[in-house]
Ligand binder design. Structure first.
Ligand code: M6R
Length: 365
């Protein structure tokens, strides 16, 4: 089953161009039409006043990315909450806010219970973004989008994450379309960007040898810091989670602007700092945050796309990701952080596919 790969995680990382193409195919066929999310969606989506996303772990980080898209492309307020927190608080509910759950397995207990709780508070419509057909969460939801990642076996979620991002991006554009905010021309442009996405992801996968060389250095460290801003902050979070989960290296992620509000105190020459720094509108801000790290002796490992114009210098290592792909850039930048975690774990000899203390599907509290 593993073919040329050593682990399911590695296989699943490399399956991403195909998983993405398969998922994108559904979007290309329907062209951002409400039916993508099920027969009830056409009546429902135009009446919405907001979106509330509930999920756990990596799926939660997909939700955090979606917030940027949903607010900027669709102009709809969006909040994202960890399912295990939401289910136990006295939450305020607006029935006109669509509940969106994100779950690879469709069986995560906390997400399922959060969905039931939302319903009990008066939310009438829920959309499930899920990778497993007919699992519990989509069965309990009015609207469904199935990602087409194929079975994900490694405990660390990889291809499920990037296909969730595509589903959420499609939701943002579709919401924008039904609200008259996204023109035909913009839709055509977004479809084109989706069409090119698997190619850019393949490009990122081809960076594996360079990333492995970095990972070998990380393997000797006890801690790591991940920084990103805007759309790439959730990718920093995802990179830190992947590294913790499978290599057991302590890792934290921050939006780079937060450094001076606390975490900068941790930075010294023993602290590798990974920066997700593509050429977006926040790049200059990220560059000045990087100087703050360098000034404290921190070693920087920067993922910068071809348009970011970074050069290597002492203590600053750069890997060039593909050409900037606009708002879909988080999908491309998920790849290098997955590969970094995978190779750091390999170098440390941990059980990559079955990390200690963790289960693939968390069906208990
Ligand atoms: O199946 P789900 O997407 O609901 O799972 C949620 C989390 O348990 C999951 O993403 C977890 O964080 C992964 N092991 C991360 O790699």
């Amino acid at each position: 089953e593993l073919g040329p790969y050593s682990h399911f995680m590695q296989k699943e990382i490399h399956e991403q161009p195909k998983a993405l193409s398969d998922t994108i195919e559904a979007v290309l066929d329907a062209g951002f039409s409400a039916e993508l999310f099920g027969p009830n969606a056409a009546a429902l989506l135009p009446t919405l006043e907001g979106v509330k996303i509930l999920a756990c772990g990596t799926s939660y980080y997909a939700g955090l990315t979606a917030k940027y898209w949903i607010e900027s492309i669709a102009g709809v307020p969006c909040d994202v909450e960890i399912a295990s927190e939401y289910r136990y608080r006295d939450a305020w509910a607006n029935p006109k806010h669509l509940i969106v759950t994100i779950s690879q397995s469709g069986e995560t207990l906390d997400t399922m219970e959060a969905l039931k709780y939302a319903k009990s508070l008066g939310h009438t419509a829920a959309l499930s973004i899920c990778n497993v057909r007919e699992s519990a969460i989509p069965r309990a939801s009015e609207l469904v989008f199935y990602t087409r990642a194929g079975a994900e076996i490694g405990v660390a979620s990889t291809k499920a994450f990037t296909t969730q991002l595509v589903a959420l991006f499609a939701l943002a554009v579709t919401l924008g379309k039904v609200r008259g905010r996204v023109s035909d021309e913009q839709q055509a442009q977004f479809l084109d960007e989706l069409r090119h996405l698997p190619g850019s992801v393949q490009h990122a996968l081809n960076l594996e040898p360079q990333i492995k060389a970095w990972a070998d250095k990380f393997a000797a460290k006890n801690d790591a810091l991940f920084l990103g801003r805007g759309l790439h902050y959730p990718i920093a979070l995802e990179g830190a989670l992947k590294l913790k989960e499978i290599s057991y290296i302590h890792a934290e992620a921050y939006p780079a602007g937060e450094l001076k509000h606390g975490p900068l105190a941790l930075v010294d020459s023993n602290m590798p700092v990974v920066v997700i720094a593509p050429n977006d509108s926040l790049l200059e801000k990220v560059k000045s945050n990087m100087q703050e790290v360098r000034a404290r002796g921190g070693e920087l490992f920067v993922f910068a796309d071809l348009d970011s114009h970074f050069s290597e210098s002492e203590g600053v290592h750069v890997i060039r990701t593909p050409r900037h792909v606009g708002v879909l850039s988080p999908v491309v930048h998920a790849i290098p952080v997955q590969l970094l975690a995978y190779h750091a774990a390999l170098a440390r000899g941990t059980d990559v596919d079955k990390p200690r203390n963790l289960a693939k599907s968390v069906t208990v509290e």
